[in-house]
Design a binder for this molecule. Structure first.
Ligand code: C5P
Ligand code: MG
Length: 191
């Protein structure tokens, strides 16, 4: 199996690149942000719980997020691998993911960080906000809060996988195809 973590701040292109990667490598794309938005769209209890955090750009508590991710993985065991997008966002989530994936007899192959600077992220997300319908893409304050949370709470996940010698970074600036080629170069050495 190839199990990738597509890592990076909000707006770094994780979702865009994951959509291309699933086609080339036949992996299952799991975006926890998309799962939350689906739950919110259906106004489920989980969606209602997540909503107050997401609207402020804050993290949903680990127990909620880990439970939701675990359900999704366990419901799809017969795949060639997973692309985790937007998860793990904390070291506790990374530890839970390692335990879950180990229980399935496999492991995380690589974490790839898409490196994009703050001002570019703000520009991209305000632009995306014109069409995404996402309240968390509308205000610069909320976007800056999400960037700060990435730096403070999420970036230690990079170090967690660096200790396992599984973390790499690629330049996240450039055309979609150029960035895709950089990601493929990192994945092709695994197979
Ligand atoms: O990954 P994405 O940017 O789509 O996530 C949107 C929001 O969902 C995040 O800003 C956060 O509020 C919430 N989220 C979370 N924990 C995750 C993934 C997403 O709290 N692991
Ligand atoms: Mg996304």
């Amino acid at each position: 199996m190839i199990n990738l973590i597509l890592f990076g701040p909000p707006g770094s292109g994780k979702g865009t690149q994951a959509a291309k990667l699933v086609e080339k490598y036949n992996l299952l794309h799991i975006s926890t942000g998309d799962l939350f938005r689906y739950e919110m769209g259906n106004d489920t209890p989980l969606g209602q719980e997540a909503k107050s955090y997401i609207q402020k750009g804050e993290l949903v508590p680990d127990s909620v997020t880990i439970g939701m991710l675990r359900n999704k993985v366990e419901a799809n065991p017969d795949v060639e691998g997973y692309i985790f997008d937007g998860f793990p966002r904390t070291v506790a989530q990374a530890e839970a993911l390692d335990a879950l994936i180990e229980k399935m007899g496999t492991s995380i192959s690589k974490l790839i960080l898409l490196n994009v600077e703050d001002d570019e992220i703000v520009t991209r997300l305000l632009e995306r906000g014109k069409t995404s319908g996402r309240s968390d893409d509308q205000k610069e304050d909320t976007i800056r809060n999400r960037i700060n949370i990435f730096k403070n709470e999420t970036s230690p996940v990079f170090d967690f996988y660096a200790e396992q010698e599984k973390a790499v970074q690629v330049e996240g600036l450039g055309s979609i195809d150029d960035i895709f080629a950089r990601l493929c170069a990192e994945i092709d050495v695994l197979v």
